[in-house]
Design a protein around this ligand. Structure first.
Ligand SMILES: [Zn+2]
Length: 178
């Protein structure tokens, strides 16, 4: 793996989980992951940031490692470029939009994300139509709606607020009713 990609991903993850990483930790993670391909490490940390509220342990990173596919190249060999074949997209939670628009947004209270079904592929259709299991744990997901839901593309708080601000001030924005 490219060392600067490694350091960038570690820093992004530290920022997203409001953690600090010292040189020793950095060196230990580097030892562990330096032989990984860039895209595997990027994918694993991306999933960790979305799923965990804390800085991932080494075994978290291993657990979240994306499956190696045959012609898997970061960004260009997914059947669905929108969700990278996961069928799921991460958007800001409905409760975030109105406060942002009304200039009374408090990140600690209003900012969170949630998962919706991709509107562009079969995997997404499956997520939108899946039957709930007995415990109701895996429910069908609402389908992504680009007029009402803003995709989360950054893991930095300031950038996330900017994403939301420009989204709700866009001409096509429709407020979610919930
Ligand atoms: Zn998709």
């Amino acid at each position: 793996m490219n060392e600067s990609i490694f350091k960038t991903e570690m820093a992004r993850t530290a920022a997203a989980t409001r953690s600090t990483i010292d040189e020793l930790t950095l060196a230990a993670y580097w030892e562990e992951f330096k032989n990984w391909e860039d895209y595997l490490f990027i994918g694993a940390l991306d999933s960790c940031r979305r799923s965990l509220k804390r800085f991932p342990t080494v075994s978290d990173v291993i657990e979240f490692r994306p499956p190696p596919a045959k012609e898997y190249r970061w960004g260009d060999s997914f059947r669905c470029a929108k969700c990278r074949d996961k069928g799921r997209l991460w958007v800001y939670h409905p409760k975030a939009y109105r406060p942002i628009r009304e200039h009374r947004f408090v990140a600690a209270r209003d900012l969170s994300d949630c998962v919706v079904a991709c509107d562009a592929c079969e995997a997404g259709e499956h997520e939108a139509n899946r039957e709930s299991d007995k415990c109701g744990k895996f429910k069908a997901l609402p389908t992504f709606d680009e007029a009402r839901m803003c995709l989360v593309t950054s893991s930095h708080l300031e950038e996330q607020i900017q994403e939301l601000e420009s989204f709700v001030s866009g001409a096509d924005y429709r407020e979610l009713e919930f």
